[in-house]
Design a protein around this ligand. Sequence first.
Ligand code: XMP
Length: 522
Amino acid sequence: RVLIVDFGSQVTQLIARRVREAGVYCEIHPFNRVTVESIRAFDPKGVILSGGPASVTEAGSPRAPQGLFDMGLPILGICYGQQTMCEQLGGKVEPGHHREFGRARLRLKEQIYATGDCDLFAGIYEPGSEPEIDVWMSHGDRVTELPPGFRTIATSVGAPFAAIANDDRRLYGVQFHPEVVHTPGGKQLLSNFVHKIAGCAGDWTMKAFKAQEIAKVRAQVGKGRVICGLSGGVDSSVVAALLHEAIGDQLTCVFVDTGFMRTGESEQVVSVFRDRFNIKLVHKDASALFLSKLAGLTDPEKKRKIIGATFIDVFEEEARAVGGADFLAQGTLYPDVIESVSFTGGPSVTIKSHHNVGGLPERMNMKLVEPLRELFKDEVRVLGRELGLPDDMVGRHPFPGPGLAIRVPGQPLTQENLDILRKADAIYLDEIRKAGLYDQIWQAFAVLLPVRTVGVMGDSRSYDYACALRAVTSTDGMTADFFPFDMAFIGRVANRIINEVKGINRVTYDITSKPPGTIEWE
Ligand code: XMP
């Protein structure tokens, strides 16, 4: 395993992703929590120091524990990590006059290039070909004097020590970011560090993870009873399937059906989990309750809050009805767990109150089981396949907890407008799947607009709803861009919706990015 010490870079998580892709388990720990003792306890084979927004030249800026450098562990410093390593080992860092942001050319030293004698760069360039490779830089400061025992491996225009090594002590530093996709050889470089230099085996696979997690769950739960909220989304589905394999009938799943699901989704949850997996499943149809609680409301935040509170009430009631449980299973993922290093402080502004079941375990006096705490989203998908969940469930686009209720903005929800939206949405997704575009899109959905417009259908006048189609690309939902369908495709979808969905006579395509828009309309 490998330890990543986080100095607050925006892309620290990507380092972890690349290391795991190389088949090596790793964790991210914030610099201010890392001590020589905590490193010893974690027992890594190598340590990576991340980048970060601070400047080594400023008093009070973050440092690695000085004792780390005497532990005999291989270390790779990236950007700020390189700078602090150099400074802590007796080198010099100065504010750069050539700031480098974005693409840069890295020039390997003649000797490295000719003899390939640096393990870190093995396989990244063709010996005998051009001694320059593309890398991605983002730094103001730079190393200006190497600590004793180090040599220069590569330079760039803005960084005379763009890659450095102390081969005897297995200490390496790079000024560029090997973890981002804009550094084409970066994945190989990180793989070289964890395999060739740190000597990790590279046998961390999902199969191994599954077996390990099942054993952990059994040890944690014992003979206790576990309850799991199932929504049909990827995370809760994978949790349910994993727990079922671990503890069988000690698990009860509760599916609170809000009535805000898409076409066929509720049926799929029941058929997959109850019929195929044979999981004890309570399917509570609470659609009438949710609709009555939201009657007449249009304010997005009020709607979200009521849906969240109603969900918890219903879940709690159903959990009591099956006799309660000792544990609540949740699909918490690694990005929610990582304690990010914040340099700005202060609470951030609430844009939307997200729907979650926080607070429930305390209220119901249950302990948490969170078997996905160490995984990234796409690792969860791999685990889901490993557990035998259907592909269309595991590869599904994200779907918000409040469901279709937040896709009917500006007018009170009714069974009628939800049904209209459901039909339009199903046609849109059907066409996207048929065109083979589903996996290129982060999320696609229809929104029913609160306006009626005039149309002409046959020889008659129509006066019906307009609907908007949304499709975005994104890697994490934090930023997004609209998906560039070709016009013929959009035209085909619009035509089908207007012809097949009674109640809609106009279709528009939403081309707003995030920011300034959000992905959902409310
Ligand atoms: P926004 O609209 O904030 O959405 O750009 C970002 C991502 O979050 C999803 N989303 C939610 N997911 N509960 C969820 O579990 C919610 O209340 C919720 N609201 C938005 C949204 O679909 C997108 O993927």
